[in-house]
Design a protein around this ligand. Structure first.
Ligand code: PLP
Length: 402
């Protein structure tokens, strides 16, 4: 295996985003294959007994076992790190494996963290139910409010964690301001960047320390595999994340890594095209529904902040209709093109009712605190012609009497 021509990090870090997504991290075997090879193996063999001894002792580079290293997985890690502008990346079996690992690898009994309350449902389960069982204190705040972050800091606060844009409320967190506050207090900032991806937003450029991903979403982009990733400094990845990951085993399958590698080749194209279509669809819907929350429209209260930290506002947005859950389910049931699905970031446009799906495990109080109402619907805009999506939404709203 050798790196493809010119794959010196000093060169690849100068490549522009679309080039990194296609070329970053590619290694070729002696066969000279064009597309990245799929190494579907768990173990490795050695020419002599000394080789594994040297590798286990950390004295020689090389693979020992696929829980820790695999060539296909490593190509994906190098590519994601390059795209994110991070020194290092480790991928995990799913987005939630990444969120769990990134928190448990650095928090201990007696520590405290602050989480933005508008977050993916299972992430809130981890912060609200799992971490307290191990004596880790958690405070949930309105992520849009810098003073709330400041007020939540305790002497033992170690981590700030948030999504931006957040699911499904589209709250935006000021990455530069919150990161600066954290840094001044010796707190590490972790950003879940699944909704934007590095194609549209790079939190490390604005001072965040760690970026965590569900690569299941836009990175795969075609609804095929689950995957997760954590990016940060080489020191964070190697001294905190890697020991946790290698010993607890939330490892990504080489096959799934290969699928995501191929997905990344089109990420820049897809993310920008889907964001442009989302803007078109949102402009139409805004005139048809009482409330629409898309960070790419001037009606979003944090529009100026979006312009500052995002290249485009992404492919996902939420809107509210009159009539609560019954009406929201009625709209979904009347869709003819857009699928009813709680997934996001797919080439196919998908719609869901968060209160009865992605956020159903939360108490009504927590949901209300986040702003997830019974009449809220969330759409993930895909690669179809936006005019077909608009016609489908229009007929579905009419069919539901709206
Ligand atoms: C989907 C999602 C996750 C969880 O990822 P999985 O790959 O489904 O485990 C975490 N955070 C956000 C923002 C997500 O959209």
């Amino acid at each position: 295996m050798k790196r493809t021509t010119g794959q010196d990090r000093s060169i690849t870090t100068q490549w522009r985003a679309a080039t990194r997504a296609v070329r970053g991290g590619t290694w070729r075997s002696e066969q000279g294959e064009t597309s990245e090879a799929l190494f579907l193996n768990s173990g490795y063999c050695y020419d002599d007994a000394e080789t594994p001894a040297a590798r286990f002792a950390g004295e020689q580079p090389g693979m020992t076992y696929s829980r820790t290293q695999n060539p296909t997985v490593q190509m994906l890690e190098e590519r994601i790190a390059l795209m994110e502008g991070a020194e290092a990346c480790r991928v995990q079996a799913s987005g939630m494996a990444a969120m769990t690992a990134v928190l448990l690898c650095q928090l201990s009994q007696g520590d405290h963290m602050v989480v933005a309350r508008a977050a993916f449902g299972p992430t809130r389960w981890v912060t609200d139910n799992l971490l307290p069982r191990f004596g880790i204190g958690v405070t949930a705040v309105d992520g849009r409010d810098l003073d709330a972050w400041k007020a939540a800091i305790q002497p033992n606060t170690k981590v700030f964690f948030y999504e931006t844009p957040a699911n499904p409320t589209m709250d935006i967190v000021d990455v530069a301001a919150v990161s600066a506050l954290a840094r001044a207090h010796g707190i590490r900032t972790v950003v879940d960047n699944a909704f934007a991806t590095s194609a549209l937003q790079r939190p490390l450029d604005f001072g965040a320390d760690v970026v965590a991903y569900s690569a299941t979403k836009l990175m795969d982009g075609q609804g095929r595999v689950l995957a997760g990733a954590v990016c940060g400094s080489a020191d964070f990845i190697n001294t905190l994340l890697l020991p946790f990951q290698r010993n607890t085993g939330p490892t990504l399958s080489p096959f799934n890594a290969w699928v995501v590698l191929k997905g990344l080749e089109t990420l820049d194209l897809r993310a920008n095209h889907q964001a442009a279509s989302a803007l078109t669809v949102a402009r139409f819907l805004e005139s048809r529904v009482p409330r629409l929350i898309y960070p790419g429209l001037p009606s979003h209260p944090q529009y100026d902040l979006v312009q500052k930290q995002m290249k485009a506002a992404g492919s996902i947005f939420s809107f509210e209709i009159e009539g609560g859950r019954a009406a929201a389910h009625g709209v979904l049931d009347a869709l003819e093109l857009i699928d009813i699905s709680n997934n996001i970031g797919d080439a196919k446009s998908l719609m869901t009712h968060p209160a009865s799906t992605t956020h159903s495990s939360l108490t009504p109080q927590v949901r209300a605190g986040m702003g997830v109402t019974e009449g809220m619907l969330r759409i993930s805009v895909g690669l179809e012609d936006p005019d077909d999506l608009i016609e489908d939404l229009d007929q579905a709203l009419k069919a539901a009497g709206l």
